[in-house]
Design a protein around this ligand. Structure first.
Ligand SMILES: [Zn+2]
Length: 177
């Protein structure tokens, strides 16, 4: 999910920026496989994901967005910075209507209705389960990134006409580049 504000931070230089997978690549629509190994490789992968996310000026990035069919995301959004392996949304409350975009769909924005609050259950780098609650844009990031781990894109939550419009705009922008 792209940022609404500038939220870059300093990172060590030994990380790699990965190529961002874009719609309609199939990995984006597949159900992610569970993370089973909580080792140094996972730690390095998450470091790369943060680096890739900051480079793209995003606030969240899921593993399918760098071509990996894995239930894993990183985020740094409105003070909520975390790594979530095997994420699940375990509770929601209220409703919010707001702009949302995706690094895999060229950040073309569209209004998406989401719950105002969301509770996330996931595992950290050590495999320890945790629960975290967020609201507003951070809750939106929980929902958007968990969707990615389930093979769902934000455009799948749009009415057909608006979905088609986002895809058209994205393709047009790609051709300009
Ligand atoms: Zn996205």
């Amino acid at each position: 999910m792209p940022a609404t504000a500038n939220c870059r931070c300093q990172l060590p230089i030994d990380m790699a920026i990965r190529k961002i997978t874009e719609y309609p690549e199939s990995v984006l629509t597949e159900m992610g496989k569970p993370v089973t190994k909580f080792d140094g490789e996972l730690k390095d992968l998450c470091a790369d994901m943060f680096e890739t996310m900051y480079d793209a000026e995003g606030v969240g990035l899921a593993a399918p967005q760098i071509g990996l069919n894995l239930r894993l995301f990183v985020m740094d959004c409105e003070g909520v910075k975390l790594i979530a392996a095997n994420p699940e949304i375990v509770g929601t409350e209220g409703e919010q209507s707001g702009q949302e975009g995706c690094l895999s769909v060229g950040k073309v924005p569209a209004v998406v209705i989401r719950p105002q609050k969301a509770s996330l259950r996931a595992q950290d780098l050590k495999g320890t389960w945790f629960e975290r609650e967020a609201e507003g844009y951070a809750a939106r990031a929980f929902l958007h990134e968990t969707d990615h781990c389930n093979g769902t894109l934000f455009i799948d939550r749009l009415p057909k006409l608006r979905r088609d419009m986002v895809i058209r705009k994205f393709k047009k922008e790609k051709n300009w580049k």
